[in-house]
Design a protein around this ligand. Structure first.
Ligand code: PRT
Ligand code: ZN
Length: 226
């Protein structure tokens, strides 16, 4: 059972696409920290809300383990890890609390430029490279398509050229990376953006009020930005 705490701890990406916008959002919500930029822990000054700077992939697990209370992470990462926990028979103890309006991208199926795309049925029996096996598996199952999933942790877009896979399922924003690898997106299986993630069950100590205050302020900032 989670320890009783009177400070709220938020995990954000240490360095990457979501780190600056996450910090900017929290700063706009009135948070400030005593910190040096490269430190892993930032002590909250204006409110008892601390930051932990981590790899984005670690954020759902940190919430699940109760090391952090909230996190700012891509919906793609949160949903993938929820699927992974479900597949392992573990309870999914985190969920999306708010969509934050930055870090937008799609998890898309992309095929070689030369393919004459006719629809999902064309994927049957193909090898699909991805870093999102759980999201892809769920989507394939829903479409009743049997295909082989090739799990790669990086450079997914070169897999077809290397002969490791026939096509890919990867994150896309501008599409330039796909184009540079002679691939074209044909359908989106998830629309993603940065989200505030938190536990499924409410806090029972001082963190409840802190989280409520933070949400109220964040909602105010997000409304103005709209
Ligand atoms: O070190 P750490 O593990 O924390 O960082 P990371 O390298 O895993 O994550 P990072 O910073 O690359 O991405 C963090 C999050 O940003 C992702 O989980 C997504 O939610 C979101 N995001 C938004 C993206 C993109 N847009 C995106 N374009 N994540 C990755 N990409 C990739 C894309 O797959 C392609 O390879 O960026 C490349 C450029 O994309 P195009 O389409 O503009 O060419
Ligand atoms: Zn990562």
């Amino acid at each position: 059972s989670p320890a009783v705490r009177d400070r709220l701890r938020i995990a954000i990406q240490k360095s990457g696409r979501l780190s600056e916008p996450a910090r900017a959002l929290l700063a706009s919500a009135g948070l400030s920290w005593r910190e040096s930029r490269d430190r892993l822990f930032c002590y909250g000054e204006s409110l008892p809300v601390d930051l932990l700077l981590v790899r984005d992939d670690d954020i759902p697990g940190l919430i699940a383990d109760g090391v952090c209370d909230l996190g700012i992470v891509g919906r793609n990462v949160l949903a993938e890890q929820a699927g992974e926990r479900e597949a392992a028979g573990l309870p999914v103890v985190f969920r999306e609390w708010r969509a934050l309006g930055f870090g937008g991208c799609r998890l898309s199926i992309a095929v070689p430029d030369g393919w004459d795309w006719q629809g999902p049925a064309q994927l049957a029996g193909k090898r699909i490279a991805t870093s999102y096996p759980n999201l892809l598996r769920a989507w394939l199952r829903a479409q009743a398509i049997e295909a082989d999933i090739v799990v790669l942790n990086g450079s997914v877009e070169i897999a077809p050229r290397l002969g490791q896979a026939d096509l890919i399922c990867d994150l896309v924003s501008s599409g330039a990376t796909l184009a540079a690898n002679q691939l074209k997106p044909v359908l989106d299986i998830l629309h993603s953006e940065a989200v505030l993630a938190g536990p499924v069950t409410p806090f029972v100590d001082a963190r409840a009020e802190l989280a409520e205050l933070l949400l109220r302020r964040m909602d105010g900032v997000l409304r103005i930005r709209d």
